[in-house]
Design a binder for this molecule. Sequence first.
Ligand code: UD1
Length: 422
Amino acid sequence: MSSIKVIGGDRLKGETKIQGSKNAALPIIAATVLNKGVTILKNCPRILDVFHMINVLKELGCSATWEGNTLIVDTTAVTSAKVSESSVQKMRSSILFLGALLGRCHEVTIAYPGGCSIGNRPIDYHLDSIRKMNVCLEEDKGIINCFTDKITGTDIFLKFPSVGATQNIILTAVLAEGITRIYNAAREPEVYELCTYLEEAGARINGKGTSFIEIEGVNKLHDAEHTLSPDRIAAGTYMAAVAAAGGEAVLLDAPVPQIESVIRVLIKIGCSIKATDKYIKISRSRRLLPYDVLRTQPYPGFPTDMQSQLMTVLSLSDGRSTIVEEIFDSRFQNADELKKMGAKITVETKNIAVISGVMHLNGAVVKAHDLRAGAALVIAGIAAHGETIVREATSIERGYEDICRDMSNLGANVQYCSDNIQ
Ligand code: UD1
């Protein structure tokens, strides 16, 4: 378990390149199992969650090798259709192997994912939908056994545009017999990108990026090469760092259309942003304004994965802001950590937090409860006076290739250190 030490208080100035997208990489790595052959994924981030998906591939009998940021996956042989309990519990995205293995092997044994630090995360939409596709599901002591003689396409209505459920249905449908139609599908860029990769591998999909997706089953997929998009949440995180600490930065390869909702909020609270198809330039010189009500929503709304970072930013604004977390029911744990640094936050209900901005934060020893909360604490440390130690920073490595490298490129004083530092 490592920590991150931040000496804060200075304005930022610098330039960094945005890594490949975590949330696009994970479902596509699961999807490679649908092809009997080799898939090449370029611009793949070297992060813990990707390493974890690779370990699952290896459990299944596949291989994966790195050449720089290119991941070469060989799924010619799948010798097991069982995803171990420890894998699913270590990382929720392992649940995407459910659809991919069903498509490939017509059977899968996978553990039920447990609770999670950001709240209750059921998979009933995944299971109910897959059941409708002529798949038998048996649940026994937290283990789900699925089998079918033939997956058949059908019409599926999602109660909520769940990202994971949409992806699992697509994965199940690609090699099914007939047509699967998903109504109220998730429109997130990571669903779009999964469809793009699958099309590159021979799948037939209409409506990607919209709330109605139609998948016409094909007999098999073929080898493909796919370049992953830049990570919209990493780009948003580094914009939030500039907003909190002040200064200016250039973010190369930032995926502008995917983070428009974040750009809009940052401009409204006083940042200057120039966005082109090659980079984003962001600067902040005057005191930040508060934001009346910031509501997380499915794409293209403001992403839940940027909520913690904005809580840090709004803690430093000149007034009162409210955050309403609409996606998860327990994503305000960072409020207590930020309060240790002098922030004034009241969590009114499990999904409403009220923030009264303060002039400055002070360095403190804090704990990263999850990936994005940890990144938000690094931002707080960069903006704060004095030294901040972010404990349990390993969770940050789940999604950021090297947050210390990137923040240092932006001029921050940030480094990994051992947990023994007081
Ligand atoms: C969610 C985010 C995604 C983010 C990821 C990691 C949304 C819509 N999704 O995706 O952008 O990258 O977390 O932080 O913002 N639900 C059910 N039953 C299900 C599936 C989901 O009730 O079977 C509920 C969840 O409890 C949650 C909501 O639907 O309240 C959103 O879930 P979903 O989009 O599936 O979550 P992830 O795929 O993890």
